[in-house]
Design a protein around this ligand. Structure first.
Ligand SMILES: NC(=O)c1ccc[n+]([C@@H]2O[C@H](COP(=O)([O-])OP(=O)(O)OC[C@H]3O[C@@H](n4cnc5c(N)ncnc54)[C@H](OP(=O)(O)O)[C@@H]3O)[C@@H](O)[C@H]2O)c1
Length: 254
């Protein structure tokens, strides 16, 4: 048995476990012996994956999230689980196609799902995370640079990264709960399948799951991958903003 393998009483909660990275991550943890509490809206998929337990709720519905929190508490007590990780992965992406006709409703939708809803999930689930546990927040490597059309998506994820840094600071003073901010490059999922641009150095959702698992186990603050891609973005981000904008504006859709 590898040291990564857990006893059955160790539980991990994952939101957005019905598709893409979240689904692959739920399966990966289950294969490693964790009791996975898979969360999502799609009951059929949740029933099918059968990785431990599932909670059905829409992360943007405060009432549903709070009910899920209560149900989680009961389930943890009943099954005598130790909730060792919470991975808030669920999210969405919509692009601003015409910046002049800025779509404020789209902006609001994306910020609501990717940021505000994460706040509700933290409120409902963090109190149940065991001492020594790890909270994972799904950000993106898009936060390293301004990407074209990503005003809504990038802003929501940049806010997640800040939220993670700030949470980490306050949690460190009060508990032994760690925070990880997860920053993937391009991962092949239904979300990115609809992109109409080339996505360099794309990896599979299984590869992403493996990187998330490893980073969370090591309690890394920043889990970024694939490294060859994030390294380039991080180097570019060191350029002066005016140089960067010149470089990137050529890539933007006019
Ligand atoms: N793919 C990439 O290249 C990439 C890169 C960086 C970061 N990310 C981030 O990784 C996360 C997962 O993305 P993905 O590529 O795996 O996308 P995906 O295949 O579209 O999966 C998104 C998941 O989030 C769930 N979700 C969305 N809105 C929800 C809501 N209101 N309530 C409950 N669940 C909701 C979806 O549930 P339903 O099945 O019910 O829709 C689905 O399970 C996102 O936060 C995304 O921003 C992805």
């Amino acid at each position: 048995m590898s040291h990564h393998q857990a006893s059955l009483s160790q539980a991990v909660l994952i939101t957005g476990a019905t598709s893409g990275i979240g689904l692959a991550t739920a399966k990966f943890y289950a294969a490693k012996g964790f009791y996975v509490i898979a969360c999502g809206r799609n009951e059929a998929v949740l029933a099918e994956i059968n990785v431990g337990h599932s909670l059905v709720f829409d992360i943007t519905d405060v009432e549903q999230v709070n009910q899920a929190g209560i149900a989680l508490k009961q389930h943890i007590a009943e099954k005598q689980l130790q909730l060792v990780q919470v991975i808030l992965n669920a999210g969405t992406c919509e692009y601003i196609d015409d910046v002049i006709e800025f779509d404020a409703m789209l902006f609001s939708r994306v910020i609501n799902t990717n940021l505000i809803a994460v706040g509700h999930c933290i409120s409902a689930f963090l109190p149940q995370l065991a001492e020594g546990g790890q909270l994972g927040l799904m950000s993106s490597s898009a936060t390293y640079l301004p990407f074209p059309r990503a005003e809504a998506y990038g802003a929501s994820k940049a806010a997640i990264s800040y939220l993670g840094r700030s949470l980490r600071l306050d949690l460190a003073a009060k508990s032994d709960i760690g925070v990880s901010v997860i920053c993937p490059g391009f991962v092949n999922t239904p979300l990115t399948a609809k992109n109409d641009f080339t996505m360099p150095m794309q990896i599979s959702s299984d590869q992403a799951a493996q990187r998330i698992f490893k980073g969370m186990a090591l309690r890394k603050f920043e889990i970024h991958f694939p490294k060859r891609f994030t390294f380039i973005l991080k180097c570019l981000s060191l350029l002066p903003e005016r140089v960067l904008i010149k470089l990137l504006a050529d890539k933007a859709v006019k």
